[in-house]
Write a protein that binds this ligand. Structure first.
Ligand SMILES: Nc1ncnc2c1ncn2[C@@H]1O[C@H](COP(=O)(O)OP(=O)(O)OP(=O)(O)O)[C@@H](O)[C@H]1O
Length: 554
């Protein structure tokens, strides 16, 4: 169900309750700052009239008082503005850290199913740009709205106190400028903004793609064609920014005209009220000057609507993630894994409506290497994910010894199993650190032994700094086979009693494959090794092979 802007805003505000105190300070400083800025104009006008001998107000018996008051207000204005900006940004960045922390904790709760799912790519944009967009909400949206409402209410009270009619005119002016104009122009603003972002995004992604594929472009002599497409896209982006700017110009003109109109109305009505003795000249002047110098906060309010929808969309996505229920509830109290003889009985599993495993029965015993053979897409990797309990089966059971996987302590389960996926992710750190991921307290001897088993030791020793070589410095120069062998070294290092290997040799030549398979065979004592592959040569070491045949095991 889509949430309304108000409910998203309310939720985003409650999310950051711990920062309510600082937010109050920002709002207070902002309101006082605007009042000070308006006060400068009002007091200065009184000063000028004083010099001209028009009148002397009882608050300011002399020019000296006026100058002194002006000085204090001007000084206060500077300090208040600084404090508002400081606390506003302090809160925004603290909040961003706070929300990132919350999102990260939520991801840990939702992982691994969430990061395995098909929408995992969108998570990256949520973690980066959506959270960043919330800075706009916290630093430049909530506070300006409250500041504008507070400042205008105080000013309306002052003007209304001098004259009810003039107060009413000021109220109309604030509503027109702060709400009516922005909301009537918002649709077109959004459209122009969206077009512009789309054109620029399109140009950037085409440009980046061309950079990434520069080798292919040179090889296939596609440079000229790509250059002219980039040119076209850039002209398109320029056109859309031109449209956006034109629209902004028109809106600004309407805004300025409205401001002038209300000021003129105020001047006209005020003069009549003054001439006919309904209000004093001082009341008229203070009301008029107050109104014409008070558009700042309402204009700030009107500028918000441009970004507001985008901010709400980001807020909605972040909130939806924070509120998402995990597919699998972690078991923290259950028993540890006692036995690594695994049985699957009548297992049915589907990703939403897509049935993947249908009435699956397997016996996966320790001291054995069990091969799983089958066509691409038949559910081999899914089986491994079920053994890791990334997902629960919909029907049937998976048991370790006699214990159902659903009641086994999740961290014990995960530490029992070493899982080598089809692609090995390497962190931007040293080779040693990358191997240590599998066993944090491994000794150097253990790391060396695991590297030898994965036949990657000689390669590492030939690197400029051996195990201390930064993976980042190797850039894309690590071949897929080298990555895969590093992944396997992790599995050999891991002390788990169950090893799940998903196409572990797909990128290896037969020499490397033979060495690694031999190591695996030697490593299989007391272990349950499940080897998924569609290569018969890899499965030659298996003690037992299950054939997966189009979502059914034979
Ligand atoms: N998280 C997911 N959400 C929805 N569908 C998925 C998900 N992961 C895999 N699938 C789909 O489930 C089916 C089985 O995928 P799986 O990765 O288990 O196949 P596989 O036998 O290991 O294939 P391959 O040999 O190509 O790796 C595929 O059609 C795949 O697109």
């Amino acid at each position: 169900m889509r949430k309304t802007g108000i409910s998203i805003m309310a939720k985003l505000i409650t999310l950051v309750k711990p920062f309510a105190g600082i937010m109050m300070i920002t709002i207070l400083m902002g309101t006082l700052g605007f009042l000070a800025a308006i006060g400068i104009t009002v007091v200065a006008t009184i000063g000028i009239l004083h010099i001209l001998g028009f009148f002397i107000m009882e608050w300011f018996p002399s020019l000296y008082h006026i100058s002194f008051t002006l000085l204090i207000i001007a000084f206060a204005r500077g300090i208040l503005r600084y404090l508002e900006q400081f606390s506003g940004h302090y809160i925004a960045f603290k909040l961003l850290a706070f929300i990132r922390d919350k999102v990260f904790k939520t991801l840990r709760r939702l992982a691994p199913a969430k990061v395995d799912g098909r929408d995992s790519g969108q998570l990256i944009s949520l973690i980066t740009s959506d959270i960043e967009q919330l800075e706009v909400f916290y630093a430049h949206t909530i506070a300006p709205i409250v500041i504008a409402i507070l400042t205008c209410s105080i000013l309306l009270f002052i003007i209304g106190y001098e004259s009810f009619v003039l107060g009413f005119i000021a109220l109309l002016a604030y509503i027109t400028i702060g709400f009516i104009i922005p909301f009537t122009t918002a649709k077109a603003t959004r459209e122009h903004g969206r077009n512009y972002r789309h054109e620029v995004g399109d140009m950037n992604s085409y440009f980046l793609q061309s950079l990434r594929g520069i080798r292919e472009i040179i090889l296939f002599e596609d440079g000229e064609r790509r250059k002219s497409i980039i040119n076209e896209k850039s002209i398109q982006a320029n056109k859309s920014i031109e449209n956006l700017k034109k629209h902004e110009g028109r809106t600004r003109a309407i805004m300025e005209a409205t401001i002038l109109s209300f000021s003129t109305i105020m001047l006209f009505v005020g003069s009549i009220l003054c001439i006919y003795g309904y209000i004093s000249f001082a009341s008229f002047l203070i009301s008029f000057i107050t109104l014409i110098s008070s558009y700042g906060p309402v204009i700030a309010l009107s500028n918000l609507s441009n970004n507001l929808l985008q901010t709400f969309a980001s807020g909605e996505r972040v909130l939806a993630l924070l509120e998402e229920e995990e597919v699998i509830k972690k078991v923290t109290t259950g028993a540890a894994v006692r036995n690594t003889d695994i049985t699957l009985k009548n297992v049915n599993f589907a990703y939403e409506d897509e049935v993947i495993l249908n009435n699956l029965n397997l016996e996966l015993n320790k001291n054995q290497i069990i091969g799983i053979l089958g066509k691409s897409g038949c559910g081999k990797s899914t089986l491994l994910k079920l053994l890791m309990r990334f997902y629960d089966v919909q029907e049937g059971s998976i048991k370790f010894g006699g214990d159902s996987i659903k009641y086994i302590n999740t961290s014990s389960l995960r530490s029992t199993i070493a899982y080598v996926t089809q692609s090995t992710y390497l962190f931007n750190s040293t080779i040693e650190e990358n191997l240590r991921v599998a066993k944090r307290d491994a000794t150097m001897d253990e790391i060396i032994s695991a590297s030898k088993k994965a036949n990657i030791y000689d390669f590492i020793m030939n690197l400029p700094e051996g195990f201390q070589t930064q993976v980042g410095e190797l850039g894309d120069n690590l071949s897929s086979g080298e990555r895969q062998r590093l992944g396997l070294a992790r599995a050999f290092l891991h002390a788990g009693k169950v090893i799940l290997l998903d196409e572990p040799t797909s990128n290896l030549d037969s020499l490397n494959e033979n060495i690694i398979l031999k190591s695996l065979k030697n490593h299989s004592q007391n272990k349950t090794i499940i080897l998924v592959s569609h290569r018969p040569s890899t499965l030659s070491i298996a003690d037992k092979i299950y054939h997966f045949n189009s979502r059914r095991v034979s």
